[in-house]
Structures are given as C-alpha cells and as structure tokens.
Ligand binder design. Sequence first.
Ligand code: ADP
Ligand code: MG
Length: 343
Amino acid sequence: MEQRTEIADLGEFGLIEHLTKNAEIQNASTILGVGDDAAVIDHFGKQTVVTTDLLLEGIHFDLMYTPLKHLGYKAVVVNLSDIYAMNAIPTQITMSIGISNRFSVEALNEFYEGVYFACEKYGVDLIGGDTSSSLKGFVISVTAIGEVAPDQFVKRSTARKGDLICVSGDVGGAYLGLTLMEREKKIYQENPNIQPDLEDESYIVGKLLKPEARKDIIEFFASNQIVPTAMMDVSDGISSEVLHICKQSNLGARVYEEKLPIADASRKAAFKFGLDPTVCALNGGEDYELIFTIAQEDHDKIVLNEEISVIGYITDLEEGVKLLTKGGNQYDLKAQGWNAFNS
Ligand code: ADP
Ligand code: MG
C-alpha cells in the first residue's frame, strides 16, 4: 500500500520545514527567502510588479480530474502569466495553502513537486507563504513578484487607434479540455467501470491541466525592441479581454473571426462536442495566452514570430467593439459566453 503520513505527525512547523527545505534561490534579487517573518527582495533599480490569485477547490479546480502535481504547476503558472502580461519578468512567488486532514503529507509532496517544477522552469524563487488548516476544501493562494526596467511595464489602458490586436499561441483549447473532463466525470459517476480514454485528446487536456505562461513572447519583445501599447493575459476568453482593453483605453475594435488562432486539435474536439470553435475561442477561458496591441510600424517585426497572430485592430470608441464573421456579418463582441452572437 502507498505510504500515508498524517500532517498531524509533522505539525505545522515540521510541515513547512518539510515542504520548503529544498527551495532553491535562483535570483540575485532574493536577499532573504523562507524562514523568517518576511522575505527581503532588492530589485536593484528596477520596478517591482506584484500579483496575487486565490484558487478554491470546487470553484477553480476539481481534484477528481486534476492531478495534484499539475495543480501545483498551474497555480504557479497562472500567476506568472499575470507578471508577463505587464511585460515584466517574474522573480519570486509565495505559496499559501489551506488543507484539511483529507490530505496526507505525500499528497502535499506531489503538489509541491509541481510548484518546484514551475519555479525551476520559469526561474523564480519560492520565498515564503502560509500554511493553515481548512475545514473541507483545498485552498491555494499564490503571490508572484516580478521586475521590469523603469517605466517599461505595459498596462491595459494605453492602446491607441490604429494599433494591431495580437494574440500568442492558440485559444479555446483549455475550455474544450474542461468540457471533455466534465463529460468524462459525469460518465464515470454514472458508471465507475468505464475508464476514460483521453489518448486522442492530449492537446486540449494539456491546455487545461498544464498551461504555460508566455515567457517566450516577453523575451521576443525584448530582443526585437518591441513594447506593446497595451497588454493582458487571456484568462476569460478573447471577447472579454478585447472588451477590457477597449473599455480601459476608451476605444473600439474590430476582430476578424477568420484570424482567430485555433489549433486543429481544438477544432476537431469542438466539432465532436457539437460546439462552435469560434465561440470556444472567444468565450472559453484559461488559455493563459497574451493579448496585446502594437503600433502598425511594428507589424513587420511581429510577423517574424509564428507564435503571434494579428486578429484585428483598434478603432474609435464610436465604432464599437465588433466581430467580423467569415460570412461577412458583423456582431457586437460580448463577454457573456454562449450564444452571444448566434444567429
Ligand atoms: P508566521 O508565523 O510569521 O506566519 P510561519 O511559521 O507561517 O510564519 O512561516 C515560517 C516561514 O515559512 C515563513 O518564511 C513563511 O513565509 C514560510 N512558509 C509558511 N508556509 C509556507 C508554505 N506553504 N510554502 C512556502 N513557504 C511557507
Ligand atoms: Mg504563517
């Protein structure tokens, strides 16, 4: 039988020591990490970016189909994505957890394996956190800290008329992965003897369970002297994010359906589930791609990167925020999910 160590056997301080003893420092800016009342960071003349996220079991994740290692990885990555979305480089995180006695030390080891894996991959230091018991669900709160050269951070509110709207990677996959997992969960609950077959769906399942933050895009900007005029990460779907940028910049936009980057695997899955891939791309969430606007002069630099798609452009406020369909129709982009523009 698999070993099960009760958290109570270690106690709170024993558990913290156990979970953090192998934390490695990778950044010169980390002056003091885990083990004191607070960590100390010195960004040596750069500006500091901070973001925090709360993840609740049953609201943001379902442990029935989310392996703890993936959950630890994703909890870190979604926060790093917010730092990159500011055109900054993440350097430190803190990790706070609320756990019930349903969890063993071995289960937390798995979760932290994912946490450390993400820290190593993205070059960030785990410098602290908090540990508490929780009555029932697993609670995760991550804070990420990053650095940016003075005044090089990019906000949502600074897009300009005529700017091109760009998206990294592809969108809609995570939503399709979620749809698949929810379906499989239902089938399993009705008949536990049926084993799910996820082999063919590894792309969308990966998009949901093991998303990556677009570090590569921020590095591409830096090495090509591109500073986007506005940027955010795609956590709620393209529609919602374009509306955010337009609202905060006081402008309108035109987005072309045919330009939306959708992976073949996502298209196939959408058709299998009877969903419209465009609706998944616009209104699905959790893709953690970057959406940004650039000056038209930067177009020639952007096309060098195959991971970036131009999906539209910024217009005057009066022109509204519009989707131009493949059939030549025009709809208002709405952030309210399904059937928003079905005709
Ligand atoms: P305090 O009483 O000041 O809250 P703690 O005993 O909770 O201190 O934490 C001791 C040290 O361990 C601190 O550096 C804290 O940031 C760190 N820490 C606590 N829980 C975690 C955790 N789950 N993951 C990483 N670091 C943690
Ligand atoms: Mg504490």
